[in-house]
Design a protein around this ligand. Structure first.
Ligand code: ADP
Length: 260
């Protein structure tokens, strides 16, 4: 039985095809804002790379910020449940999921069965989200994927004191004008995100093991800073950005399995 999970995020669309609720057959990721053709491109790509056809899919579930925009889905499910399901599939022992996406951050607490028990969320402020990192990468003229490499070269982490993204932007520009080394600044930028999200995480309570999901988890600079802030080891899988789509495909498999 094949199922399709689609995660329509604020900055990226992701798709996963799953076999029998277990095996990931194909994935795709398209960087495009919600409301564009990013979703149809992500779906097209996942079928192209797998050689499968849409008619072979038993059930499709859409999740993410833009899930209501995909009307062909059989179900539309919150990304909180989907990230919980996706992470539980890869790391069954995880009890806390820290999901940082393009415009929000969520900390999800899982029970012994790996199901969502509680959560806290920041969707009001860009600080502590991927947006903050995207803005800073643009100022520094760096690709987002390079931030972790720069952070790893830091000799003295520069503290970013502004809590607001707009003020932090000015702060980074003036640090650059003062000749501060880019790696030291980047490490400070990653630390700033980790500090904000760690304080959110402490509100829900940290239970090990802890995993990071979402696109920002791909940034090793933020993962390392988060480990420092929380004093725990962070589990990470290179498919971190696909966890929501994976969870959606698992949900679809559960539904199709029950009705089939
Ligand atoms: P959404 O679901 O809201 O679209 P994602 O979970 O896809 O968000 O995360 C998007 C964020 O991930 C971006 O804002 C960016 O900061 C970060 N990101 C994307 N690709 C990379 C990468 N290769 N390395 C590091 N960070 C990345």
């Amino acid at each position: 039985m094949l199922t399709l999970g689609i995660d329509i995020g604020s900055t990226t669309s992701k798709a996963v095809i799953l076999k029998d609720g277990k095996d990931i057959l194909a994935t795709s990721l398209v960087v495009a804002t919600v409301g564009t053709n990013g979703v149809s491109r992500a779906i097209e790509n996942v079928f192209l790379t797998s050689g499968l056809r849409e008619s072979e899919i038993a059930c499709t579930v859409a999740t993410g910020y833009g899930r209501q925009t995909y009307e062909k889905a059989d179900y539309q499910i919150s990304e909180l449940s989907c990230h919980a399901l996706g992470v539980n599939h890869i790391f069954p022992e995880v009890r806390t999921v820290i999901d940082i996406g393009g415009q929000d951050a969520k900390v999800i607490s899982l029970n012994e069965m790996g199901r969502m028990e509680n959560f806290v969320m920041n969707d009001k402020c860009a600080a502590g989200t991927g947006r903050f990192l995207d803005v800073m990468a643009t100022i520094l003229n760096l690709d987002i994927s390079r931030l972790e490499l720069e952070a790893a070269k830091a000799e003295r982490i520069v503290n970013i004191s502004s809590t607001c993204t707009v003020f932090a932007e000015s702060e980074v520009i003036s640090q650059l004008a003062n000749g501060v080394a880019i790696p030291d600044l980047v490490a400070g930028i990653c630390q700033s995100v980790a500090v904000r999200v760690a304080s959110l995480a402490k509100r829900v309570g940290i239970r090990e093991k802890v995993c990071m999901s979402g696109g920002v988890a791909r940034n090793g600079g933020v993962r390392n800073a988060m480990q420092e802030e929380l004093g725990v080891e962070i589990c990470y899988d290179e498919r971190a950005q696909l966890m929501g789509a994976l969870g959606a495909a698992i949900y679809a498999a559960n539904k199709a399995g029950k009705s089939g």
